[in-house]
Design a protein around this ligand. Structure first.
Ligand code: SAH
Length: 328
């Protein structure tokens, strides 16, 4: 365990970054091994009712061409991914009420017939809906808290409630989901102290997965002139989380690779053990622009898997053939 002050000191001092990354890599090796879990990500709708200040998909961004993939096509993309060897499908979208409880349950139960683990990342939902999705077969849920700094949260998320997001995370745990959270690093106005609070919040709640992404400024958002977050700081936050939460799943995030072509490899060597390649058809992918220049937006599914496999082999790691639940 580390105190808040100790975390702040580590985050502020860059003289021992190499040692920090190496320790996180060792903790990863000793606790979750050398296998990397691939999760096939389907971004099925870029329609969103929220207006998060950092996100390119915010409702007020009129330059986005909105799409909704039909349930049949979502199921087909999942089949393609399973055929390509993926053991987990992640369904992600904006907060889009078009996909009602019944529609989502149908999609979930069809995908679960494919003998695959299923993760949802579809924003805040009422308890009843989360319960229905769990009963339909969903295994995991990703909902980043984004920041635990309440004032900053309020400033960046008009019409949203920090308490509601937190309750949603508690409900997910109560319902038996493997629950993932995480935060953005480098938001304008975010302090190192609040990042330490984020880390302690994750530890306290013992989440099963934590995704850390550097903030990347999107030109069609209110934060267009803000500087991007730092990859190194994001990696440091991630490394500390690995050291404090030894057996959880931690993705090497796409935002890390977007800031530096080596970003994801650096993450895999600093505590991460998961990659979430995009398996959505490429004609949709360009339109799911939460931030600009998202990596590999044009690659087709098999080609991209080969590319990732080559990268993984180059650092002497292997691809897992298991579902990759926590502790398994
Ligand atoms: N609607 C879902 C999915 C959101 S997209 C939800 O609310 O959970 C997934 C993640 O992208 C978000 O949680 C956020 O952390 C990240 N993201 C959004 N805009 C970003 C930006 N400009 N830079 C980096 N990451 C961003």
């Amino acid at each position: 365990m580390l105190t808040k002050k100790e975390i702040v000191d580590i985050l502020k001092d860059d003289s021992q970054n190499k040692e920090l990354f190496e320790l996180a890599d060792k903790v990863r090796h000793d606790n979750v091994g050398d296998e990397i879990h691939l999760r096939g990500l389907i971004e099925f709708s870029n329609t969103c009712k929220c207006t998060c200040h950092y996100c390119g998909l915010r409702a007020e961004n009129k330059t986005v061409e909105r799409y909704r993939i039909t349930p049949d096509d979502i199921i087909q993309f999942a089949k393609n991914a399973v055929n390509a060897g993926y053991k987990t499908i992640v369904l992600q979208s904006g907060e889009d009420v078009f996909y009602s409880k019944d529609i989502m349950c149908k999609i979930i139960s069809e995908i679960k017939k494919l003998d695959v683990a299923l993760t949802l990342s579809i924003g805040e939902k009422p308890y009843k809906e989360l319960e229905a999705y769990k009963n339909a077969g969903a295994d995991r849920y990703l909902l980043r808290i984004e920041t635990t700094d309440k004032k900053l949260y309020k400033a960046l998320h008009p019409f949203m409630s920090f308490e509601n997001r937190k309750n949603c995370l508690y409900n997910l745990k109560k319902l038996g989901y493997e629950t993932g959270s995480g935060c953005l690093v480098g938001l304008p106005g975010q302090t190192i102290e609040s990042l330490a609070d984020d880390i302690l919040f994750f530890k306290e709640n013992d989440f099963d997965m934590i995704g850390i992404g550097p903030f990347i400024a999107h030109p069609d958002t209110p934060l267009k002139n803000a500087p991007n977050g730092s990859l190194i700081l994001a990696l440091k936050v991630m490394s500390i989380i690995r050291i404090l939460m030894k057996d959880i799943n931690i993705p090497a995030t796409t935002a890390m690779e977007t800031l530096n072509p080596k970003g994801r490899i650096m993450a895999l060597q600093s505590g991460a053990n998961v990659i979430m390649p995009n398996v959505t058809m490429s004609k949709y992918r360009k339109k799911y622009e939460i931030y600009p220049n998202k990596t590999c937006t044009n690659e087709e599914i098999d080609k991209y898997k080969n590319y990732i496999e080559t990268k993984i082999k180059s650092i002497n790691r292997t691809i897992s053939k298991d579902f990759g639940f926590r502790n398994i």
